[in-house]
Write a protein that binds this ligand. Structure first.
Ligand SMILES: Cc1ncc(COP(=O)(O)O)c(C=O)c1O
Length: 334
């Protein structure tokens, strides 16, 4: 929902800049509008583009580098190609913590490209925005401050009960222009300068989600949140070190946030059997009921993905996880 609100606001603004009111005319008769996301971007961006009538034909997938970060040279190339073809580029979404590997895109460079071409600069920090609070990860987030909109999910790293999606705007008038529609029976002179929350998104009646977020922040305090993020980020790096030091696991990406992406690769296994094994491992691990991890596909191949979020996780749990994967692998191969 945060992504939909951000993209609807960006769409409204881009049309207004060209003299159209998209709330009145819809997209009829307008020339195509280009959107740019990386190959590792979350599917919510595609869903938002579909729902808002922008279609996926002009949703450009920007390739990533070897660390799964958006390749900004490719971004420039795609924008230039669209401009030559009469498509109007208007929106770029960077990721601050991709779902597969926790990679943070080069936000500073993407912000500069957005400025140069007049694009709305959105950041999907649903999982990873809070990673900026970890000392050793913070430099990788340079440029986050340039976002026009930043999506983050307190129900992920912050541990707030689902659902609590959040979208922050540089300029709060933007979403209000895109959404405000207060019917006469709800008009309230006492609503104050900010008006109703329902003026900033599609929901009218809405639960008090912010209470859970406030209570969690009040309970943990800034120091508590920093500790949580720091602790889990360090554990993901420790897991990466354990993997690199072993001869039966392969690290697939640097651990920059609290996600470690890897593969089980017993030395005697050929590529096809390793592929089948890694596809089977997540369900087999879960069946054993001692550890939990998910599977994904990275660079076209089956991969394992550990995302450390619980503050009570210890280094011993990481050793248990690797041993559980070994045990599950033996079960599925015998
Ligand atoms: C980067 C990113 N964006 C968006 C989402 C969507 O999250 P949700 O549907 O939980 O709000 C996720 C969930 O994993 C994510 O990791």
């Amino acid at each position: 929902m945060a992504t939909i609100v951000a993209l609807a606001t960006a769409r409204h603004q881009a049309f207004r800049d060209q003299g159209y009111d998209v709330r009145e005319t819809g997209l009829y008769g307008h020339r195509p509008m280009g959107l740019y996301v990386s190959a590792e971007a979350h599917s919510c961006l595609r869903k938002a583009a579909e729902l808002l009538g922008l279609g996926t034909r002009y949703l450009r997938t920007v390739p990533v580098d070897s660390a799964f970060r958006m390749d900004t040279g490719e971004l420039r190339r795609l924008i230039a190609a669209d401009q030559r073809a009469g498509v109007r580029p208007f929106f770029v979404a960077a990721s601050a913590g991709t779902v597969n590997t926790g990679a943070v895109d080069p936000l500073d460079d993407i912000a500069a490209i957005a400025r140069e071409h007049g694009l709305w600069f959105h950041i999907d920090g649903a999982y990873g925005a809070l990673g900026i609070l970890a000392d050793d990860a913070a430099p990788g987030y340079a440029g986050l401050e340039w976002a026009d909109s930043l999506a983050l999910d307190p129900h992920k790293w912050l541990g707030v009960p689902i659902d609590a999606g959040c979208i922050l705007f540089r300029e709060p008038a933007g979403p209000r222009d895109a959404f405000s529609l207060v019917p006469p029976y709800l008009r309230d002179e006492d609503a104050g300068e900010l008006g109703w929350f329902s003026e900033y998104g599609p929901e009218q009646t809405r639960p008090f989600r912010a209470l859970r977020v406030w209570a969690t922040i009040a309970h943990l305090g800034r120091d508590g949140i920093v500790h949580l993020v720091q602790h889990t980020t360090r554990l993901a790096r420790t897991l990466a070190e354990l993997i690199e030091a072993s001869d039966d696991f392969e690290l697939l990406a640097p651990a920059v946030t609290s996600i470690t992406a890897f593969r089980h690769r017993p030395p005697d296994l050929d590529t096809d059997r390793a592929e089948a094994l890694n596809e089977a491992i997540p369900a087999a691990v879960q069946r054993r009921r001692h550890a939990f991890l998910t599977g994904t596909r990275i660079s076209g191949a089956a991969a394992l993905r550990a995302c450390v979020l619980h503050p009570g996780t210890t280094k011993d749990d990481l050793t248990v996880l690797l041993d559980e994967i070994r045990a599950a692998a033996r079960e599925v191969t015998t």
